[in-house]
Design a protein. Structure first.
Length: 434
């Protein structure tokens, strides 16, 4: 690309003054696509980590094929089923993957090495300016004996978008997907043994700014790392998930903010209200937005309602993505795709803003059928109650009390894909090292 080349954008020139963030993200992602498509693998990044459309020689792109292996000499014991932490610390597998980045030289060599502490200076960018993003996905031991990841390409693409949103480096999403597969190829056989079909491990790719210089600026150094941890099953709380609507004096995300990116700054500020809700006997907060009380997310999961319209039509409804208020969940995306593909003759799938008042009205008129939260951690978790301003909205949980029929049907279809009961392109098989 020549120095005078103009990077195309979907944001028109006349809109850039009012859509500055969208324009910046658009430019960075376009540059990333053009860089990944080049023949020399050079990244179009300037020395401060921001794209300028000028190819920088000697700037290396992330390349998973260069990975080096250093295996642990102190392997950890795999705990019995149901044990996920020890003394309050999450149990992780034997290894992790790290790869450093700098604006001057680009991406370093990926390393698979023993799991252990990271070294950061006290002035590291991540510790002061929240330059951090992450992903969450799972590896599944199938009932057919195979090990799978579920739609890792979607997580890798969202990881890139989150990174660009907070001025961290870009990368080819496919290379992150390869690194995920590499870690599971090594640790999967031991930590998800074939004699434990139906089990899973949680994968956490993370990217942090590591430049040790104070000052509000895009960090010129960063570290990408991937760990694998144990996690409890969270999709079947006794009696269903109970939600408490958010207080008037707190919102989790807002239009023009960063709720659509998976960054640490989205979560810390929400913990106070969540802790209070749990002290009152509720599992999560149903986050409402604006004076209208739009339903957005249940905790950090996407939120769904199934109801009858006043005209008698059965609808599956969830908040939209076009205002960039909520996280574009991979489970959310999969639920909507399956519902549209397999239930189109039974229900209408709707993505739009809707209010807690509409949910209350549907409940009072007997039109509220089911509700569930959807995300990697909670999978598809039926919601049985919403407490809103001294009112309890009771939600049917089906004959067996485990969730409504459509909730369980969608959950079952996803589980079949994840655990290999059916062959599906969303289930990516790991080639395990033995």
């Amino acid at each position: 690309m020549s120095p005078s080349a103009v990077v195309p954008s979907t944001v028109h020139d006349g809109e850039q003054d009012v859509n500055l963030t969208a324009s910046a993200i658009d430019h960075r992602l376009t540059e990333n696509d053009q860089s990944n498509g080049s023949t020399n693998g050079q990244n179009a990044l300037s020395s401060n980590g921001q794209g300028n459309g000028v190819a920088q020689p000697n700037v290396q792109e992330l390349n998973a094929s260069n990975i080096t292996y250093t295996f642990t000499k102190e392997p950890r014991d795999v705990p019995p089923p149901g044990v996920h932490s020890i003394d309050g610390s999450t149990i992780s597998t034997d290894h992790m993957i790290t790869v450093a980045w700098s604006a001057k030289s680009g991406w370093g060599t990926p390393e698979l090495k023993p799991y252990g502490p990271l070294s950061l200076m006290p002035t590291a960018s991540v510790l002061h300016y929240a330059t951090e993003c992450f992903e969450g996905l799972k590896a599944y031991r199938g009932f057919d004996g195979k090990l799978r990841l579920f739609r890792p390409d979607c997580n890798a693409e969202r990881f890139l978008m989150s990174s660009v949103r907070i001025s961290l480096p870009s990368f080819p999403p496919a290379e992150v997907e390869k690194l995920l597969l590499a870690l599971m190829a090594v640790d999967g056989p031991k930590w998800l043994p074939r004699d434990r079909p139906g089990s899973f491990i949680y994968l956490r790719p993370t990217l942090i700014g590591t430049q040790s210089q104070l000052g509000v600026q895009a960090p010129a150094e960063a570290l990408l790392y991937i760990i694998a941890t144990l996690m409890p099953v969270m999709d079947s709380p006794v009696g269903g998930m109970k939600l408490h609507t958010s207080p008037d004096d707190m919102v989790r995300a807002w239009v023009g903010g960063f709720g659509y990116a998976k960054v640490g700054a989205n979560y810390g500020p929400s913990l106070l209200a969540t802790q209070e809700a749990r002290a009152r006997g509720f599992g999560q907060i149903l986050w409402l937005y604006g004076s209208e009380g739009y339903c957005t997310e249940a905790g950090a999961s996407n939120f769904f309602v199934l109801w009858k319209t006043k005209e008698g039509k059965t609808q599956l409804i969830t908040a939209p993505l076009d205002d960039r208020l909520i996280l574009p969940g991979v489970t959310r995306r999969s639920v909507l795709q399956l519902a549209r593909e397999r239930l189109s003759d039974e229900i209408e799938v709707v993505e739009r803003r809707y209010t807690i008042k509409e949910v209350l009205e549907a409940s009072s008129e007997g039109r509220l059928l089911e509700s569930f939260a959807a995300g990697t951690a909670f999978f598809v978790c039926p919601v049985s109650l919403i407490h809103h301003r001294e009112q309890d909205i009771q939600i049917p949980m089906g004959k067996a009390g485990e969730g409504g029929p459509y909730t369980l049907k969608l959950k079952g279809w996803l589980k079949d894909i994840m655990y290999g009961n059916v062959d599906h392109p969303w289930g990516i098989v790991v080639q395990e090292e033995h």
